[in-house]
Structures are given as structure tokens and as C-alpha cells.
Design a protein around this ligand. Structure first.
Ligand code: PRT
Length: 104
């Protein structure tokens, strides 16, 4: 899998976890139904952003890739917690690409 399909699949899993029964052991559910509410996924976005910045500053590719994946994952969970469909973000990026074609 080399294209954006991985994001769509991950989004489907996140939405599925949100719907599942409370007994299921799931990290996505741990974040979405935390006692801190939306502050928990937002806290993770902040934490993972800092870790990504530090990884880039340290310059090790393997760590940068890992931290980028952590950040993208937690950003998607935060979007779900905010009740914003990931498709909206994809559409926004597409609109920007369409506009940018004029300058390509
Ligand atoms: N991408 C991820 C992913 N990245 C990291 N993690 C989990 O993040 C946890 C480790 O993070 P931290 O150490 O920062 O967090 P912690 O201290 O354990 O707890 P908190 O600070 O988050 O409260 C581990 O439990 C990892 O398993 C993830 N858990 C799930 N996913 C994706 O989400 C899907 C659904 O996961 P479940 O909800 O667990 O079924 C999976 O199939 C994956 O695709």
C-alpha cells in the first residue's frame, strides 16, 4: 500500500472503534473516551508534535519517520474527537492542489 489509501483505512478503523462496545481493549477508545475528554487527544497531538520536532532536529531518519507516523495518527484521532470528518481535510487539500496547479 503506497498511496493515501492507508489514511482512509486508518480513518475507518478509528470510526469503527468509536462505535464499538466499551469493553473492547483499544488504544483509540482509550483516547476518545478518556476522563479528560477532548483534552486527552489534544494533549497527544501536542506531545507528538514536540517529539517530531526533536526527531527532525536530531536528524535520524528512522526516528523522524516513527514520530511523523505517531503525529499523523494522533491528529486523526483528535479530528474524530472533534467530530470532523477526515474526508473534509482531504477535500481541503484537493482544493488547494487544484488552485496550485495554476502555478505548477
Ligand atoms: N497507529 C496506532 C498507534 N500508534 C501508537 N499506538 C499506541 O500508543 C501507545 C503508546 O503510546 P504512549 O506511550 O505515548 O502512550 P501511553 O503512555 O501508553 O498512554 P497515553 O499517554 O496515551 O495515555 C501504545 O499502546 C501503542 O499501541 C497506536 N495504537 C493504534 N494505532 C492504530 O490504530 C488502530 C486501532 O488501534 P486499537 O484502537 O488499539 O485497536 C491500530 O490498528 C493502528 O492502526
Amino acid at each position: 500500500m503506497t498511496d493515501a489509501q492507508v489514511f482512509d483505512e486508518l480513518w475507518q478503523v478509528i470510526c469503527q472503534r468509536a462505535r464499538e462496545d466499551p469493553g473492547r481493549k483499544s488504544y483509540v477508545r482509550h483516547l476518545l473516551f478518556h476522563e479528560k475528554g477532548i483534552d486527552k487527544p489534544l494533549e497527544k497531538v501536542g506531545e507528538e508534535s514536540c517529539e517530531f520536532v526533536l526527531a527532525v532536529k536530531n536528524g535520524r531518519e528512522e526516528a523522524i519517520v516513527g514520530e511523523a507516523a505517531d503525529l499523523l495518527f494522533h491528529l486523526m484521532v483528535a479530528l474524530k474527537a472533534a467530530d470532523v470528518d477526515f474526508a473534509k481535510v482531504e477535500e481541503e487539500l484537493e482544493v488547494r492542489r487544484a488552485g496550485m496547479h495554476l502555478h505548477d
